[in-house]
Design a protein around this ligand. Structure first.
Ligand code: SF4
Length: 133
């Protein structure tokens, strides 16, 4: 059991820091601006983006996430998005954004190898609480 399973209070899933000098750092957020995932946990993993790729001064491929609002758009929506994509993280190899976006791996029935048979991007459509697959 996780501590979060012992409470109905979902306040840990998001907050807005309006005192931040960079707030709002991304345009297009439609509901509560979630600052919890500032420095996105998916930066080193596959994600649906959108992102652009650049090479830093050390020659490493990096994501430029300026156009992405997925970790910020609504407390519950962004929380659920991050939790789902971290269930089976896949290391990002530095490739460019794909169209359609990379698909999220999901558990296959009976403990078989994970599959990627869900809608492209698997972006959250609602603020519904996270559910187990
Ligand atoms: S593109 Fe969006 S989801 Fe992907 S790493 Fe950047 S901020 Fe996170």
């Amino acid at each position: 059991m996780q501590p979060k399973d012992t409470t109905q209070n979902e306040a840990f899933k998001g907050f807005t820091n309006t005192a931040c000098p960079f707030y709002p750092c991304h345009k297009g957020v439609e509901t509560e601006f979630n600052c919890l995932f500032c420095y996105c946990p998916l930066i080193a993993y596959e994600c649906p983006g959108p992102y652009k790729v650049f090479t830093d001064k050390n020659g490493l491929k990096r994501k430029d996430c300026s156009d992405c609002i997925l970790p910020h758009n609504g407390y519950l929506r962004s929380w659920n998005f991050i939790q789902k994509w971290l269930e089976r993280p896949v290391i990002w190899d530095g490739h460019e954004q794909t169209l359609p976006p990379v698909r999220r791996l999901r558990a296959a029935p009976g403990g078989a190898e994970p599959t990627d048979d869900q809608p492209a991007g698997d972006a959250p459509a609602t603020d519904e609480p996270a559910k187990a697959d």
